[in-house]
Design a protein around this ligand. Sequence first.
Ligand SMILES: Nc1nc2c(ncn2[C@@H]2O[C@H](COP(=O)(O)OP(=O)(O)O)[C@@H](O)[C@H]2O)c(=O)[nH]1
Ligand SMILES: [Mg+2]
Ligand SMILES: [Zn+2]
Ligand SMILES: [Zn+2]
Length: 479
Amino acid sequence: MWEKRSQPASTSYFFRQSYVDLGNIIKYAWRNNANKASEYGGHISNCFDEHGLWGIFQALFYIFATISMYVFGSIICAVISTLHIAALLTFNFAVYLFALTLRLFEQIYISIHKIFGACPYCKNHYKIPVYICSCGAEHTYLVPGKYGIVKRKCNCGRKMPTSVLTGRAKLRAKCPECGHLLDNSLGVQEAVPICVPVIGGPSVGKTCYITAVMKEMIEKVAPQTGISIQFYNQSNEIACKKMISLYNMGALQDKTSDLNPAAYNFFINNGKNGPQKLFYFYDIAGEAFTTSEALTTQKQYEYSHGFIFMVDPLSIPRVREKYGTDAMYDLYAASTADINETFDSFMRNLSTISGLSSKELSKIACAIVVNKIDAYDLSAKIGQKAIEKMLLLEENKKYTLETMMDMQVKQYLNSNGMSNFVKNVAMCFKHTRFYAVSSLGHIKNGQVFESNMVLAPFAWIVSRVDGDMRTVFKQYYEK
Ligand SMILES: Nc1nc2c(ncn2[C@@H]2O[C@H](COP(=O)(O)OP(=O)(O)O)[C@@H](O)[C@H]2O)c(=O)[nH]1
Ligand SMILES: [Mg+2]
Ligand SMILES: [Zn+2]
Ligand SMILES: [Zn+2]
């Protein structure tokens, strides 16, 4: 029940020293009693030697005193020892109960808010990080228990809070799996992670998409809803701001060459009390689907809250047949990866890595995002404006923009020879939504990029798993 791992801290009084003290007190009382009894006993023989009849009286007195000491003294000692033991046990039991209650409260708090750790470096997830005292000592399991209930005393003498409810998350910490220090801009170690990987073959537009979503979150959602967005650390902030400033100039980021996916990690605070929300927006390099060694770098699949699977419509064979000979075609940097193969490979990786059954996996939401709809006639067919026009028709009144778009995108894919893909998605995931977006708005022509519909899939996934964020996005869309 208590700590299995030994900790660099002294054991709490109630878990050890109180019993040692009790033992000593009882031992002392009994010894004292026995000493007194034998002291009286020692007087008996002396009485006969010196005092005659008076001596006999005295001897009788000492015999009586010795016997009483042994009998009544022992009884009193026994009663007092028993009372002492009972009092200590009762008190300690109350202390243990308090510790357990605190542990229980914390467990409830953690599970209500869905707090867990996800290492931004090795991607492993864990329940509690290794906390580090200012002296450098590492506490692998800092919880209320035998080393302290509300606080624990490190071997160096410093006190450390033992619970998220009492400020534990503000201490320095490191990942229990890879040992990387988890220093971050907020100095918060236990937060509510919201993990959304963006998946798709090379050049479908994942990096452009993430940039466009981050731009909208920072430049529009945050000022309009009052949430504050803070990057996990400086290198994350620099990387993301650089991408956004390139985007604002109509320029593009170099390709993701690293197999290890980049993650855009940021905290969102909506001004309410409660744990911080830490977003992990993963940009998974397309090459990761074609090489098996990349499997180990995708541990974040184990705890994803939803997937964004990106599709480049220009890589659909029938669409490519239609436009492939066009002089402009190359400017869209069409992905050459086969959509079905990428999806199959993603599903294979997903079940291998997560260890979840296909039934469990099917409960995770999956948005299918058809990108680059600024190309050719795509936006006229499935783009936001076209859908809004359809919604004006009487027979479509029952649909929302997103449900109508979902139907139209599926229909577009079906009519372009992609019905197997559409079926496959429906077989693998219970909660899906198809979107048509443009991450850039137009091909690179020196003008500022302008995205369309990029936030909707992200907001749909996040709103499904987080009530506070649902309110934030609702407020944003209602403005
Ligand atoms: N016209 C247009 N081109 C896009 C769009 N999104 C991406 N691209 C193009 O696709 C290329 C690859 O995008 P990128 O985000 O790097 O793909 P990734 O490999 O999936 O990360 C970019 O260099 C752009 O030329 C879009 O919405 N519209
Ligand atoms: Mg990329
Ligand atoms: Zn210490
Ligand atoms: Zn780690």
